[in-house]
Design a protein around this ligand. Structure first.
Ligand SMILES: [Fe+2]
Ligand SMILES: [Fe+2]
Length: 263
């Protein structure tokens, strides 16, 4: 979010300018609600605070070492990660079934919807300020590699620290479940790699209908998450709404910000 904001003044196109405002609003609320969620997990004994601290440090180092443009390239690449996972969640019943708790699923569905809506914004800003194709693709390749390595380290650490791992047969059963997982599979990996294609654009995958369907499902007239809103009425189609929903929260929206006609 910071990396997009730092280029805000260089964006001349009024349409993209509005989208940037929507992007910043949506991401600010994602951050807030996920922090609230992590706080609750910490209360339940999960080490979310420690993980948050490590991630914050890594991002701070990256921001200091790299140029603003390559930080923006990283954001554009991460947005492709979130858009890919968002599309998976919005299209796969099986993926949605992985959430054990209804409110946690709702939090992630809301987030997925907005990630799909604004998936091209950071990318378009990167292009608008003259970001090169080479830097875009190299950044993605590096991030994909560090992402896989990072997950491998985290999973190994979690397994080693969990007593259940050492019970007979548990590891084998987990491995079998992992291989059938809708999240860890070839299709998701291939979709992540689409980003490397020359002249790739996030809107090459048209998710307009998917976004529209879920917006109605979650926030339409009979939307399942309407009770989480105390505002956001008069939501015209084609707008990036900034909605606040979250676990146990019935708080409201800030503003309807950006028109989103490129979707
Ligand atoms: Fe987000
Ligand atoms: Fe995002």
């Amino acid at each position: 979010m910071r990396s997009v904001r730092s280029f805000r003044d260089q964006v001349k196109d009024p349409e993209l300018k509005r989208q940037v405002a929507g992007f910043i609003g949506q991401e600010a609320l994602h951050g807030r609600e996920h922090r609230a969620f992590n706080d609750r997990l910490a209360e339940l004994g999960f080490p979310t605070k420690q993980v948050e601290r490590i991630i914050k440090k890594v991002i701070a180092i990256r921001e200091r070492l790299l140029s603003p443009k390559s930080n923006l390239a990283a954001t554009a690449a991460y947005e492709h990660f979130t858009a890919t996972l968002a599309e998976l969640l919005l299209t796969s019943e099986e993926a949605r079934a992985l959430f054990g708790h209804e409110e946690v699923k709702n939090l992630f569905l809301w987030h997925a919807l907005e990630e799909s809506e604004h998936k091209a914004v950071a990318f378009d800003v990167y292009k608008a300020v003259g970001g090169s194709e080479r830097m875009r693709v190299v950044t993605m390749k590096l991030l994909r590699l560090t992402f896989v390595l990072g997950i491998a380290v985290q999973v190994t650490a979690a397994l080693l620290l969990d007593r259940a791992t050492y019970r007979r047969g548990n590891l084998r059963r987990s491995w079998r479940r992992l291989r059938r997982s809708p999240v860890v599979n070839r299709k998701v990996w291939d979709q992540l790699r689409e980003y490397d294609r020359p002249d790739f654009h996030p809107d090459d995958r048209d998710t307009t209908a998917l976004v529209e369907r879920w917006r109605v499902e979650l926030f339409g007239e009979h939307g399942t998450l309407n009770d989480k809103l105390t505002g956001a009425t008069d939501r015209a189609d084609g707008h990036l709404d900034v909605l606040i929903v979250g676990p146990g929260r019935a708080s409201a929206l800030s503003s309807r910000t950006a028109s989103n006609s490129t979707q």
